[in-house]
Every structure is written in C-alpha cells, then in structure tokens.
Design a protein around this ligand. Structure first.
Ligand code: KG4
Ligand code: ZN
Length: 411
C-alpha cells in the first residue's frame, strides 16, 4: 500500500461537486491503531499538501447569478486533464512511463470506451491525457461522490475511474461534507496540544448546504439539523443578485458590508432572522431572501441605485445570516457540551462570521475551541477530499463500483 520505506501514503484527490474543478496531491503517514483525539494526534500523521489546484468557473456562471449545471459539466470535462496534470507537476512526485503490450493497451482502450459510454468527446479527452501522462507514483485516488450537482459529480467520477483503471490504483469515495469538516485538520501541526477535540459541533455552510453535525470522532457523525429550504450561501448569492451584485454573492456582500463599518450612514434596515429561536437545530433562509426582495422593491429607483443603500442592505443581510448561524451553533455546543466548534464550507471564509464566533465563544463558560479552515480550504478544494480519504482507507473501492450520489448524507 505505502510507496516506500518511510511508510507514507501519497494521495491524488479530485473534486468536482459544484463549479470548481479541483485536484490535489497530499502525503501522510498512517499510524495503525491511532485514534485522533487532539491536535497533537493530528500532528503525528504529518498530513502534507504537495499541491492544491483549483480552476474556478465563477466568471462563466456570473451572468446566470448561480451555477448552470450543463455549463459546469462541459467546463469540468475541459478542465480536468489540465488541473490534474498541474497538480501532479506541482507536487514534484515521481512519475513513471508504463511499458505495455499492444494487447494490454487495446484492452484498456476498450474498457475506457465502456466507462465513458456515450460521452465520446470526454472519452477522447481522457484517452489523450492517459496516453500522454506517465503514471504518477501515488497509492490512492480520493474522489468526491456526493452530495453535489449530479452532472458535475459525474465528470470527476468518470475521469478518476479512468485513471484508476488505466494505472491500477484504488479509489476511496469521499463525502463532500466530511471533506469540509476535515479541511480543518489539514494544517494542524500543534504537537503539544493534547486538548480533547470531541465531541465537536460542526457547522457546514456553503452554497449547497447548511448543516449542524455532532461529531464524536472522525467518522462518527450525526446530523442535528439543516436548512429546510435555501442554504445560507445560496441566500447570500440570491440576495446579492437582487441588489445587483456579482456572483458569488457571499464575498460581494462581505466587501460592501465591510465598507459600511467605516461610515456613519447606516440606514435603518431591519431584516428577519427566520427560525433563529426555534427549539430544533434546523434553519430556513428563503424568508430572508423574500424579505430582502420586498424591502428592495419598496424603495424608489434612485435609492435602489444608491451605494449607501446597497451597502446598508449588504450589511444587514450579512448580520442576519451571522446571527442565525452563530446562535444555533452555540446552542448546540452548549447542549452537547462540545469541546470544539468546527466550521467548514464556503461561507466560513467570511471574516466577520469567524470574528463573531470567537467573541461569542469567549463569553461561554465552557470555552470550546473554535476551528475554521484557511480561506483556501473553506471553499471547495481537493486537499480536503484527500484528507477525508486518508481517514477512510478501509473504504477503497474498485473503479467499476463507484457511483455519484447527489443526495449523499453524512448520517
Ligand atoms: O463550499 P463552496 O465553495 O461550494 C459549495 O459546496 O457550495 O461554497 C460556496 C458558497 C457561495 O454561496 C459563496 O457565496 C459563499 O460560499 N462564500 C462566502 C464567502 N466566500 C464564499 N460567503 C460569505 N463570505 C465569504 N467570504
Ligand atoms: Zn462545498
């Protein structure tokens, strides 16, 4: 399994669940019988990112104000060979030209044809890539199989299945949500920190998901609650569109809200915080979107176009989302006596959200630890997928059995 005497394992991760085409090379040391309980345990596995390539399709989807699935599919097909080649090259891992008999090569080409079915152009793209690439010295392929957009998921899956077949490498199928959670463990090098991490309350909040998850340890999850309608990121994207801001809405709203902080011109706008005080751990963000739309429509055209009004709206939308997310997460943390609060997903790239978590946690008696990934690992990336595969080595699967599951649950 491991590729040399140092006992480490080298993983190529692939992620295409939404609109980013991502590949990453990572290396880590499996330690038999080690149960991760603290940052010092994480330091022992020495998880190293060798490369992390992300090809964003944001510009392409801008005019739709969101992800357009058939366009995302086409872009993934176009980007995958280059993104993977770049990830391999940048990692500087060894590669080896494969010597094969004509019969073996023909057999593989036949398998590849079956694998791609009617996707003839994508078959040709993959064949060109595989014929021109020397085999990278990797032990494992890590692959997002869900949840996500089905057409997007399948492109990463088929391309990775092709690599697995061609180079004879096992695949570990990964749940995207677990990836967002474990992204927090990528840079944990704190050898001397033995503080218990679990139980943890995880908030995964992105364009497609808003979930509160109780985590008793790596691989032991229970969903406490989730959004009944729009995800928080989706709400930011849609309200930004109402205000005439660019996609993705989260960063656009954050930027304008930040500008307001330095002014005294805050207009008195009050938007609702739906489901904030309900007894469960569920969320609802579609009411906030509708309230934003009505509030905006009520304004005369000159106000709608005024920068001050847009800034004030952006500020209030962001405040509402942060109020709801922080309140419900802290409620879960108190009720489950969490040792840590673990944030993940694109929305947790938001600086204001992270600051609010820090300041509210400081007021708690139990003082759970707060973990949020570096910005580059908050939004979609393949390093988090490699990380999740590393903790699921027993799930190695033959390429023929790998399927997309757009609605995959974490439990
Ligand atoms: O995790 P992610 O990259 O993709 C999904 O799995 O959905 O999350 C994308 C979402 C988008 O809705 C985007 O608006 C939001 O994350 N986002 C942010 C920020 N950066 C990205 N939201 C708030 N503040 C940010 N700085
Ligand atoms: Zn995501």
């Amino acid at each position: 399994m491991t590729d040399n005497a140092q006992n480490h394992i080298t993983i190529l991760g692939v992620e295409t669940s939404c609109d980013d085409t991502c590949a990453s090379l990572a290396r880590a040391t499996p330690i038999h019988g080690l149960e991760i309980k603290s940052a010092s345990d994480l330091a022992k596995i020495n998880f190293k990112i060798l490369s992390n390539i992300i090809s964003s399709q944001v510009k392409l989807h801008k005019k739709y104000g969101g992800v357009f699935p058939s366009l995302a599919k086409r872009e993934h097909q176009k980007n995958l060979p280059a993104v993977i080649s770049q990830a391999i090259k940048k990692s500087k891992i060894k590669t080896k030209k494969q010597k094969e008999s004509k019969e073996d090569l023909n057999r593989k080409i036949e398998d590849l044809k079956i694998l791609f079915g009617r996707e003839d152009d994508f078959f040709k793209t993959a064949l060109k890539f595989l014929k021109n690439s020397a085999r990278p010295q990797i032990d494992l392929l890590a692959l997002t199989i869900g949840p996500g957009l089905e057409p997007s998921l399948w492109q990463g899956i088929n391309f990775t299945r092709a690599m697995a077949m061609w180079w004879d490498i096992p695949i570990v199928p990964v749940n995207h949500i677990e990836g967002h959670i474990l992204a927090n463990f990528i840079d944990q090098k704190d050898k001397n920190n033995d503080d218990e991490l679990f139980p943890a309350v995880c908030l995964v909040v992105s364009g497609g998901h808003t979930q509160l998850i109780l985590m008793e340890g790596i691989g032991r999850y229970k969903t406490l609650g989730e959004s009944r309608d729009d995800a928080a990121g989706e709400c930011l994207d849609k309200t930004a569109r109402i205000l005439g801001l660019d996609y993705p809405g989260g960063p656009a709203i954050a930027k304008l809200a930040e500008e307001l902080k330095h002014q005294k011109d805050e207009l008195k706008i009050k938007l609702p915080r739906p489901m904030m005080f309900t007894k469960d751990y569920d969320f609802s963000f579609s009411g906030l979107k509708t309230a934003t739309l009505y509030s905006f429509k009520k304004q005369p055209a000159d106000i709608q176009r005024s920068k001050n009004y847009i800034r004030a709206m952006a500020f209030e939308i962001q405040e509402a989302v942060i109020d709801i997310l922080v309140y419900k997460t802290l409620k879960a943390a108190r009720n489950f006596q969490a040792r840590s609060i673990i944030a993940g997903g694109g929305v947790t790239a938001n600086q204001k959200l992270k600051e609010r978590f820090q300041s509210e946690i400081a007021k708690l008696y139990t003082q759970p630890r707060f973990l949020a990934p570096d910005k580059i690992f908050s939004t979609d990336n393949a390093s988090m997928i490699a990380m999740a595969a590393f903790f699921n080595l027993d799930k190695q699967t033959d390429w023929k059995e790998i399927q997309a599951n757009a609605n995959l649950r974490i439990k």
